[in-house]
Design a protein around this ligand. Structure first.
Ligand SMILES: Cc1cc2nc3c(=O)[nH]c(=O)nc-3n(C[C@H](O)[C@H](O)[C@H](O)COP(=O)(O)OP(=O)(O)OC[C@H]3O[C@@H](n4cnc5c(N)ncnc54)[C@H](O)[C@@H]3O)c2cc1C
Length: 492
């Protein structure tokens, strides 16, 4: 059978593109190497509980928020969303002081101005930039030719410099950066665009699921199947076959061959160029550019299954740092110095059952095991994971005294785990690192030199549910046109 669209990878981006195109009447197949779909969105069962990989919270899905329209179109707004505490959806503890992020620009400014009265003007400027960048979120698919100089200038601006030009108080800079474990805080590269987009949607309103990340995956999959689309797991694409300058087929490791008209790769761009073995269109210069891109850091995650009745659910995200070194702590030696503690919202009652603790783990700290595979990394690797687990618990106990004794079971993963499941180089958490010195080289277009091969996913422009959804629209716009993609952003 010949497909209209073949999608490599069933991460959030692959599933979203698949659904939009299936809804346009196209015959879609999604090929996934793992035994289950979802990539970083998937949940996995341990100790009888479903644990999350990369879904803890999302911003901007309330009515009027920047993700509301596409989520509505994608059928995701009916999921059981839990609105996080508007008076403090993110709380940042630095040393022995805790600061709250309140929902909405006004409340956000007001709350932090109480702690930093002399910085009110700076906070107003900060929120203005956040709001403005959000207004331009979907500009790349505006169905008219307009150059967005505002957004372009933010791609070329340094987050670190912006914060230091806007604020005098170093503690406030740490507080404002303190919830940014959801992106890589790299002083020398992080563009203001990515920082602003990454934060603003959450200030609009933050939500988590009453349940696990598979709710999103299953909702997208069910709709794709209902439209006649297929999702085939355990099917790793090993070659995208080109003929006369266009791709004609995807060949899988299991011997299956799928012929198609359009091809979308949701795999990491470096993986994608490796799949195109012979090409008259994809020249060495493009391949080298992609292969040379650096990646953001990976994450150590420990998921705790708590003893029943030991902890009450808390309706916010708790970030904890030992000291105001939010931009550097993950590169420093010594025990874990900063983490995010995120509580799964129970489906019923108010007892917490699952708690995730996340802390960045740069590749250099685990590269000694790079030649090992899942389950065969050796005793020293297990000991390293156990040490990090204990350090995370010790840090989290500043917020939840006695946490150690509440744990019934725990499961930890490192960037090596992500690498081996999703093939993302170095198990990077958020894909390709963007560099404000060089936005043209580090921001990737959905288009490739092969006219019927498109890219999608977190490595292109922006990561997370926001970035991947935005990018899915940019990708499908190359097939269905900008007007049709734009209309999705106007869904009521
Ligand atoms: C620990 C962690 C916590 C996070 N927390 C949040 C959060 O709270 N909120 C938020 O918004 N974002 C969060 N994120 C980020 C978010 O999860 C990701 O940005 C997003 O899920 C990435 O989606 P993607 O479409 O780019 O693809 P991926 O999830 O990277 O999926 C790519 C898929 O392609 C498949 N694949 C690769 N190569 C092949 C091949 N050759 N053949 C077939 N299939 C292939 C992989 O197996 C994978 O399923 C988190 C990420 C991590 C790692």
């Amino acid at each position: 059978m010949k497909y209209d669209v073949i999608i490599v990878g069933s991460g959030l981006g692959g599933l979203q593109c698949g659904l939009i195109l299936a809804r346009r009447g196209m015959k879609v197949v999604i090929l996934e190497r793992q035994l289950q779909p979802g990539g970083c969105m998937q949940s996995f069962r341990r100790h009888g509980e479903l644990l999350d990989t990369g879904m803890h919270y999302v911003g901007g899905i309330g009515e009027g928020g920047c993700l509301y329209a596409p989520f509505k179109y994608l059928g995701l707004m009916d999921l059981p969303w839990q609105h996080l505490d508007p008076t403090g959806f993110d709380r940042v503890t630095i040393g022995d002081r805790t600061f709250k992020y309140a929902e909405g620009a006004e409340a956000f400014i007001e709350t932090l101005s109480q702690d930093f009265p002399q910085e009110r003007k700076g906070l107003e400027k900060y929120c203005n930039i956040m709001n403005e960048v959000c207004d331009h979120l979907y500009d790349a698919i505006l169905p008219r030719d307009e150059v967005d100089f505002f957004t372009q200038s933010l791609f070329a601006s340094s987050t670190y410099d912006f914060l230091h030009e806007t604020f005098n108080d170093e503690l406030l800079i740490n507080v404002l950066s303190g919830s940014s474990l959801k992106m890589e805080l790299a002083k020398d590269t992080l563009p203001l665009y990515n920082f602003a987009q990454g934060n603003n949607s959450f200030i609009q309103g933050s939500y988590r699921l009453r349940g696990d990340g598979n709710l999103i995956v299953n909702r997208l999959m069910d709709q794709i199947k209902a439209m006649g689309g297929e999702i085939v797991c355990n099917s790793e694409v090993e070659e995208l076959v080109e003929k006369d300058g266009r791709l004609v087929a995807a060949r899988c490791k299991n011997g299956e061959v799928y012929e198609g008209t359009w091809f979308i790769s949701n795999a990491h761009p470096a993986v994608t160029v490796g799949l195109v073995k012979e090409s008259t269109k994809m020249k060495k210069v493009y391949r080298n550019r992609i292969l040379r891109l650096e990646n953001t850091y990976g994450m150590f995650t420990t998921s705790l299954i708590l003893k029943p009745g030991s902890l009450k659910y808390f309706n916010w995200n708790q970030y904890i740092y030992m000291k105001p070194n939010v931009w550097t702590y993950f590169n420093e030696e010594g025990p874990v110095q900063g983490c995010l503690v995120s509580c799964r919202c129970p489906i019923e009652g108010d007892d917490a059952r699952i708690l995730d603790i996340l802390t960045p783990l740069p590749w250099e700290k685990i590269s000694q095991w790079e030649n090992t595979t899942v389950g065969r990394r050796g005793e020293d690797y297990k000991a390293m994971k156990e040490r990090l687990y204990n350090e995370c618990i010790a840090l989290a106990e500043r917020f939840i005294p006695g946490l150690h004794n509440m744990v019934e079971a725990h499961y930890s993963s490192t960037p090596l785990t992500y690498r081996d499941y999703t093939l993302t180089p170095n198990g990077s958490c958020y894909g390709v690192r963007k560099d404000y010195h060089n936005p043209m080289m580090t921001l990737l277009s959905a288009k490739t030199p092969i006219p019927n091969l498109l890219l999608t996913g977190q490595s292109l422009t922006l990561h997370g549910l926001l970035g991947v959804t935005m990018t899915s629209l940019f990708t499908v716009a190359e097939i269905i046109g900008k007007q049709a993609a734009w209309e999705i952003t106007q869904t009521k």
